[in-house]
Ligand binder design. Structure first.
Ligand SMILES: [Fe+2]
Length: 214
């Protein structure tokens, strides 16, 4: 039946997320009065706000705003499965694993596209090569942001920590660059590329700093 080829398949991700809002999904795994919920929600709200500001600067690139809004809220949903008592998380995996653990969780929820944001937002992305060379406790595959929305959320996330005393304050670009620098020039270059691509204020100063570093 040739007409079947043109039949529009419903987007599973869109359907599910419209039924279940990000907060409902988070509350399925995090008690509302828990420390982990507090840190996760505050951090995720700030990252969402930042990601939407970035998206607004690059509307010519046609970012999916609705997706960014929901996916930013869900990007760290895996943290409760890791061991970080400062965040009220008492799982048995290292914190670094929260990205792929979030992916597994959202895949079980049928949210495959959102799941990839979880896996691909850690640092400026983690390559298979990084994992093998540094013997990281992660599945051996590339975990690099690919789509525009994945890149925007990964970039926005770098501006906020979940540390108790700096949870609410946005980091400066030099601060972030200082944190990324120990992971090597490739990582710093990636961040600097995004500063320019996403028209982050003071990107010119950062670009000069990058040249001076090299
Ligand atoms: Fe985050």
């Amino acid at each position: 039946m040739p007409f079947m080829k043109n039949k529009i398949q419903p987007d599973k991700n869109v359907t599910l997320i419209s039924i279940m809002e990000p907060l409902e999904l988070i509350e399925k795994y995090y008690p509302k009065d828990s420390k982990a919920y507090h840190f996760l929600i505050k951090h995720s709200e700030l990252v969402t706000q930042k990601a939407l500001q970035i998206a607004a600067r690059v509307m010519d690139m046609n970012p999916d705003i609705a997706f960014i809004r929901s996916a930013s809220m869900l990007h760290d949903i895996g943290i409760f499965l890791t061991d970080d008592p400062r965040l009220g998380c008492f799982g048995d995996k290292p914190y670094l694993a929260h990205g792929y653990l979030g992916r597994e969780l959202l895949e079980k929820e049928g949210l495959e596209k959102y799941a990839l944001v979880c896996e691909r937002h850690v640092g400026v992305g983690i390559s298979l090569d990084d994992i093998v060379k540094n013997k990281l406790p992660l599945p051996q595959r590339d975990m690099l942001p690919i789509t525009l929305e994945e890149k925007i959320i990964c970039f926005a996330d770098k501006f906020y920590s979940k540390a108790k005393h700096s949870l609410l304050s946005e980091k400066t670009v030099p601060q972030i660059r200082g944190e990324i620098a120990p992971y090597g020039p490739e990582k710093l270059n990636q961040f600097d590329e995004w500063l320019v691509l996403f028209k982050e204020p003071c990107s010119e100063a950062s670009a000069s700093a990058s040249v001076a570093d090299s």
